[in-house]
Design a protein around this ligand. Structure first.
Ligand SMILES: [Zn+2]
Ligand SMILES: [Zn+2]
Length: 298
């Protein structure tokens, strides 16, 4: 009996310590939200054709995020897997590597790019030609639940497929830039509508920025982050290319707190790495923004 109470006591101490640690983490993240807020632009009224005009979404504060017990990268699940599907040009492959690097800094997690799998793994029932536009498209939900989910690695925080083909999510939709599950740790994104990286350096940078944007957006969803309706943020929904191009490749303070909570990222370290990446690859505005964010946190 004595042994049992000793054991129970130990369990209690360990549980209390973990709870205290979590409370301290949440407190720090809430303080950072307040500190960083002045650097961020509040989301304006949606323009014609924008996502929020056709999708009534309530948004998600950091507090609301915590209340849904989000998917996190804690424990053994701490790797982001990228699964390329189909063919890629050399330039596109370069963009995949750079995107993986950005994701590594953004989510503070190791990113592994799997060996490519051929497009033929997608059966005819999950392919179509768009009835008006003629684009060849892949059913995004097939990729999520029939390709990725059954083979989710044991150490995968999330698994994200990438294709140069166009995606559509089913009846009633024309296309999607990407799609992800908020609870199942799977997602997919496409480079199809991102331009042509072969033209020149500027077009390569634009292609890279668009690819990064969708990658971090969909990965954010896989960590249970819903669309942002509060700020100009990488987690805002996008209905079209123009709207997507208006959104940044960084997260607003509320969504940053969610990313840091889900991945145990240190906000300062993260900004330092992202700034270095942006300096190296000619994203001047973003590098400036990450430096300002760093200055605020000092
Ligand atoms: Zn989304
Ligand atoms: Zn946000």
């Amino acid at each position: 009996m004595k042994y049992l109470s000793y054991l129970l006591c130990l369990i209690c101490i360990s549980a209390c310590t973990a709870a205290d640690k979590n409370t301290a983490v949440v407190k720090k993240l809430n303080e950072q939200i307040i500190t960083l807020k002045p650097l961020h632009k509040v989301l304006g009224k949606p323009q014609p054709g924008d996502w929020l005009l056709s999708h009534k979404e309530p948004g998600q504060t950091f507090k609301q995020y915590l209340s849904i017990k989000p998917i996190t990268a804690h424990g053994k699940r701490n790797v982001i897997y990228i699964q390329p599907i189909g063919d890629f040009t050399e330039k596109q492959k370069e963009v995949v590597k750079l995107t993986a690097e950005y994701m590594q800094h953004f989510f503070n997690l190791k990113v592994i790019i799997n060996k490519d799998v051929p497009l033929k793994i997608i059966p005819a029932k999950a392919k179509r030609v768009h009835p008006q536009w003629g684009d060849k498209q892949i059913l995004s939900t097939y990729v999520l639940y029939d390709v990725l989910k059954p083979k989710l690695p044991k150490d995968a925080a999330v698994s994200l497929a990438l294709t140069a083909s166009d995606l559509w999510p089913g009846k009633g939709w024309n296309f999607v830039f990407g799609q992800a599950s908020l609870r199942e740790r799977v997602g997919v994104w496409s480079m199809y509508r991102n331009g042509d990286p072969e033209i020149n350096d500027d077009q390569f940078r634009l292609f890279l920025k668009r690819t990064i944007k969708t990658a971090v957006h969909e990965t954010g969803h896989m960590f249970s982050i819903k669309h942002c309706t509060a700020y100009e943020c990488t987690m805002c929904g996008s209905n079209n290319r123009n709207e997507s191009d208006r959104r940044p490749i960084y997260a607003c303070p509320e969504c940053l707190a969610k990313v840091c909570y889900a991945t145990k990222a240190d906000a300062k370290k993260r900004y330092e790495n992202l700034k270095q990446f942006c300096d190296k690859h000619g994203f001047k505005e973003e590098a400036k923004f990450f430096q300002l964010s760093l200055d605020k946190l000092k």
